[in-house]
Design a protein around this ligand. Structure first.
Ligand code: ATP
Length: 276
């Protein structure tokens, strides 16, 4: 199964929740870059992954998804999960979350749908705040920690060039720096209106990410790459999630592909992708 990445077209931090987590308003978009996740019934839970630096044990999101699935449905089952990684980690592209979502969807199918969609989303949220969105996908306004999902109309035709600096930024690290240094983001009205009206230029100018300043303090290449995307002709460019990947919005696949090729250099990885 394809486990698609996401980009945050908009992300604002509204404040802190009583449990210390940050409450956010974000517009998430599924994009065509994907990991491949396959699941088979087995004795016990195991994960194999073609990226040696990513843990295979209970720290792996797909492992936690499988454990959460069996606990929630009360089945004494097991799963062997195989992951082929293409989505960079520590990028703000929900790579780990997408793998967990794909594992959950496949497990529920393999075991005869013991969990309703609502129950599956609950297990997803216990694995990570972005996992419920990775199950529903498309374009959505997400609130709370990201789990309160309102589906939106599909965004107008466009394409993304994505630049991932080699240094990752950890999500807790980015939020800690945000608490210290702050960050700015316009209100969501402009981007929501642009999605409604299907205007890609307005969509690009209505974007924002309150975490970009903080993540750039940790990894200055984030702002550099954003500026390079803009200089190359992106209609708008910014960081996704808590970084370190940044993306530019282009009118078509050809332009995004050209930007991804031109902006490749030694200390980054580049991709291009379409909205899914
Ligand atoms: P998000 O946008 O959800 O914050 P991210 O790009 O910041 O995602 P991930 O790709 O999920 O972060 O990776 C963060 C860390 O999680 C990695 O450093 C990695 O060690 C760990 N991890 C655990 N399971 C996975 C997985 N299946 N794929 C990628 N990373 C995983």
């Amino acid at each position: 199964m394809k486990a698609y990445a996401k980009l945050n077209l908009y992300l604002n931090v509204n404040g802190r929740l009583p449990d210390g987590y940050h409450e956010i308003t974000t517009v998430m978009q599924t994009v065509s870059l994907f990991d491949e996740v396959s699941v088979e019934k087995a004795d016990g839970i195991s994960v194999s992954i073609d990226a040696p630096h990513i843990p295979r044990d209970e720290r792996n999101t797909a492992f936690r998804a499988a454990a959460g699935f069996f606990k929630a449905c009360g089945i004494k089952g097991g799963a062997s999960v195989k992951i082929i990684k293409n989505i960079p980690d520590g990028a703000g592209m929900a790579g780990g979350s997408a793998d967990a979502a794909a594992a959950l969807i496949q497990l529920n199918k393999l075991y005869g749908s013991p969990l309703s969609k609502k129950e599956l989303l609950k297990v997803a949220f216990s694995v990570g705040a972005d996992v419920p969105f990775c199950i529903t996908g498309g374009t959505a306004l997400c609130r709370g920690k990201g789990e309160i999902i309102t589906p939106l109309k599909a965004i107008p035709a466009c394409a993304f060039a994505i630049v991932k600096p080699l240094s990752p930024v950890g999500t807790p690290q980015a939020y800690a720096e945000y608490d210290r240094a702050g960050g700015v983001c316009p209100p969501p009205d402009a981007i929501l209106e642009a999605i409604k009206s299907g205007n890609v230029r307005k969509l690009a100018s209505g974007m924002g990410n309150a975490l970009q300043k903080a993540a750039s303090n940790i990894c200055p290449q984030i702002n550099d790459e954003t500026e390079r995307l803009k200089a190359f002709g992106a209609l708008g460019a910014q960081m996704t999630g808590s970084g370190s990947a940044v993306f530019g919005v282009f009118e078509n696949a050809k332009d995004a592909e050209r930007a991804a090729a031109a902006l490749k250099r030694d200390n980054n990885v580049t991709f291009w992708a379409l909205p899914v």
